[in-house]
Design a protein around this ligand. Structure first.
Ligand SMILES: Nc1ncnc2c1ncn2[C@@H]1O[C@H](COP(=O)(O)OP(=O)(O)OP(=O)(O)O)[C@@H](O)[C@H]1O
Ligand SMILES: [Mg+2]
Length: 387
């Protein structure tokens, strides 16, 4: 996976890094090489290899217990690897004493010291390091300005909103000028609205500081909003790695397709496989499935076709094409303003979800519950999944 991992550097919003003049590749700023972590019987992290570029904001994503925090804790040096190694800026983490590790981690619960002011909270780590007073004052001031919390310097944490506390915690991490910032569920304490605003603020702040950041989240929207690349983890392994766009548009497995966004999955088997298309027979639809790219596999091979809800159109009349359509009745409608999610129960019993714009709905006299409708999609809408 590692070769693929480092070569998939895509078109994220942030710089992907280039080989620098000094000869240390900024593309491999963080190198995780075949890392395994066992806790007695439990294998929490299984042979993970991953490279993160300098200045990148990388997200680790996956369901509870899949090993995200464990991987992050090893990067921070709080846990030793069972095997494999971790290099940061070319240096093996295992050989660096804790005080020389260029890493700062903000924990899943980022508890501030309640009895200390905002200022004292941010200064705490520097004081412990013995940073001279004048420098300490300047650095704390700069860090608080960066997160726009300067005017709250004298307040105590309980006098701040959740989002403000979160920014103080971030200032406390950044003030130490880590080369690598690790964030474990940085937004978990925030409600949805502040969360979305803070996500964008955080990306802007990290961009300004230019710090490399690896963050853990189990919220796929958060990962897609913030990260230049992300890794989907399951049971200790990386299942897929790429830009948010790559992972969303080209999931490589059922797990990825369902984890990143919602999708419709049709199970079937290949009945024709050419370089530029395949036909798949499925009991879910009255028609065959047709996808405009081939796969390499034997005829009869079981596959799953993933079709995102926004790729599915609704019609009142039977579609003309011979493939990629089904007939059913509207079983549920979720009105979301600009678009609606239509659940259509097909004759086969399968329910298909279509995300349809209000404009497109008005053109077919907005169907309602119980109406007979057809769903259809183009040959380029489906992604063939073989695992
Ligand atoms: N110190 C430990 N001793 C034993 N098992 C552990 C320890 N820490 C983690 N584990 C186990 O390792 C696995 C991965 O845990 P981890 O905390 O990395 O998950 P996570 O992906 O961060 O989950 P969450 O989203 O719930 O925070 C889990 O099965 C967990 O029970
Ligand atoms: Mg965790």
């Amino acid at each position: 996976m590692s070769d693929q991992a480092s070569s998939q550097a895509g078109s994220g919003a942030r710089p992907m890094g280039m080989a620098s003049a000094e000869g240390t590749s900024t593309e491999n700023f963080v190198q995780i090489v075949d890392v395994v972590k066992k806790f007695d019987e439990t294998v929490a992290v299984k042979n993970v290899s991953l490279s993160v570029a300098k200045g990148e904001l990388f997200a680790l994503l996956g369901s509870s217990g899949c090993g995200k925090s464990t991987l992050l804790r090893m990067l921070a040096g709080f846990e030793a690897v069972t095997s494999g190694k971790i290099l940061i800026d070319g240096e093996d983490l295992a050989t660096l004493p804790p005080y020389r590790r260029p890493v700062n981690m903000m924990f899943q619960s980022y508890a501030l010291f309640p009895h200390m002011t905002v200022e004292a909270n941010v200064a705490f780590g520097l004081k412990q390091e013995g940073v001279p007073k004048a420098e300490l004052k300047d650095r704390v001031h700069d860090a608080l300005e960066l997160v726009q919390m300067g005017r709250f310097a004298k307040r105590k944490p309980h006098q701040l909103s959740g989002g403000q506390q979160q920014r103080v915690a971030l200032a406390r991490s950044l003030v130490k000028r880590p080369k690598l910032l690790l964030l474990d569920e940085p937004m978990s304490a925030l409600d949805k609205q502040i969360r979305q605003r803070t996500q964008i603020e955080l990306v802007n702040i990290l961009d300004r500081v230019g710090v490399t950041c690896i963050m853990v989240t189990h919220d796929q929207e958060e990962a897609m909003t913030m990260a230049s690349r992300l890794a989907v983890m399951s049971e200790g392994s990386i299942v897929q790695l790429g830009t948010p766009h790559e992972v969303y548009e080209y999931p490589n497995s059922r797990f990825s397709a369902e984890f990143i966004g919602s999708t419709n999955l049709f199970d079937g088997h290949v009945i024709e496989d050419e370089p530029d298309h395949i036909f798949v027979e499925t009991s879910d639809l009255p028609s065959q499935l047709y996808v405009n790219h081939g796969i390499t596999g034997p005829l009869g091979m079981p596959v799953t076709i993933s079709v995102r809800p926004e790729r599915i159109a609704l019609t009142r009349k039977p579609p003309e094409g011979a493939y990629n359509w089904g007939r059913g009745t509207v079983s549920n409608i979720a009105y979301l303003g600009g678009h609606s999610l239509y659940h259509v129960k097909l004759d086969s019993g399968k329910t298909v979800v279509a995300s349809v714009s209000s404009l497109a709905l008005s053109e077919i006299e907005t169907p309602t519950w119980g109406d007979e409708v057809y769903v259809r999609w183009s040959a380029s809408a489906g992604v063939v999944l073989t695992s």
